[in-house]
Write a new protein. Structure first.
Lengths: 175, 166
């Protein structure tokens, strides 16, 4: 009788110890290092979700790369939507602070990106709710850098940081 | 000898990672102690006061008008600002700076909040950089720990006139 009680107590202690180690470590890893996410919507076609609603891509989101808020033009990033904080949006970085952008559909024709902000656009112009609608976004809203497509297996690839030539900033900070 | 030292090192690293992760989860999802600097929230919060911030309201979208919040600075994501929420999305707020003669009113856009410091004369806030997205808010300050003479829950805004009338 005493032996079986001892077994239960030991099992319970081991479970608690494992739980309090595994859960914080896993949560910290998913928050700080990397996580995966399913992409919905057509705003990044053809780079992401070219099949539309039939097959959603699953991407690897790398938090570690943006821990110092360092992004390059052409990166595909996920950020908290400035219009709806419960939603994350995934777009491409077109311009960094100090660049002057020629907008497509914004109320001003040319916009200078203020300090601490970036200009993001979806690859599918016209079907994208991006900086052309809500203006430059603060870097504080940056969530992660999407580096690879993980699913479906035939679309397994590394996402390149390429800026379409027609979307180059009119004037860059380094120039 | 070497195996003993290696074993001890691994155990130390393991404990560091474990407690670091628990600390991250606590700060991110529950709350933490913060030291504030700057004059923009006087007299409610003085320079070098230590306060307690909770992060639950942000995750459950329970930030209300009159709350003091910590947010990432819109122009520098690595630094934090500490201000009071004057308007939530859809509210009508007074947007004029102290130097403007005429009052101008506008609406806070969806997904944004309007922040102002309690020390209106000496505060760089939404009157300067506009409304900030809700996603930049990191936590809500509700309790002051230091100095002990001011220990306790924080006062209401001394600038009641900045809140819009319905």
């Amino acid at each position: 009788m005493a032996q079986s009680q001892g077994w239960v107590k030991r099992y319970f202690k081991a479970f608690c110890k494992g739980f309090f180690v595994a859960v914080p470590v896993a949560v910290t890893f998913l928050d700080r290092v990397a996580c995966v996410a399913r992409v919905e919507g057509a705003s990044m076609q053809p780079s992401l979700n070219p099949g539309g609603s039939q097959s959603s891509d699953v991407v690897l989101l790398n938090h570690w790369k943006v821990r110092n808020f360092e992004v390059q033009r052409g990166d595909i990033v996920s950020l908290v939507s400035p219009k709806n904080p419960e939603q994350k949006i995934i777009k491409r970085v077109i311009a960094l602070e100090g660049d002057i952008v020629r907008t497509m559909g914004h109320k001003n024709r040319y916009v200078k990106v203020p300090r601490g902000h970036i200009w993001v656009e979806g690859d599918h112009h016209g079907h994208s709710f991006d900086s052309n609608s809500f203006g430059p976004v603060s870097l504080g809203l940056l969530h992660a850098h999407a580096t690879h497509i993980l699913w479906p297996p035939e679309r397994w690839q590394k996402l390149e940081s390429v800026l379409p030539p027609e979307r180059l900033p009119v004037q860059s900070k380094e120039a | 000898m070497l195996r003993g030292v290696l074993g001890k090192t691994f155990r130390l690293v393991g404990y560091t990672i474990q407690y670091g992760c628990i600390a991250h989860c606590a700060f991110e999802y529950v709350g933490g102690v913060v030291m504030c600097s700057g004059p923009s929230m006087e007299p409610t919060i003085q320079n070098s006061d230590v306060v307690f911030a909770e992060n639950l309201s942000r995750h459950f979208y329970g930030i209300q008008r009159g709350d003091i919040v910590i947010a990432k600075s819109p122009s520098d994501p690595k630094s934090n600002i500490c201000k009071r929420v004057i308007g939530l999305e859809g509210d009508k707020i007074l947007t004029n700076s102290p130097s403007d003669f005429f009052k101008s009113r506008s609406y806070v856009p969806t997904g944004h909040v309007w922040l102002e410091g309690d020390n209106l004369q000496n505060s760089t806030d939404s009157r300067y950089y506009g409304p900030i997205p809700y996603g930049l808010i990191r936590g809500r300050i509700f309790f002051k720990i230091w100095p002990l003479s001011d220990f306790g829950f924080l006062r209401d805004s001394p600038n009641g006139h900045r809140f819009s009338d319905d």
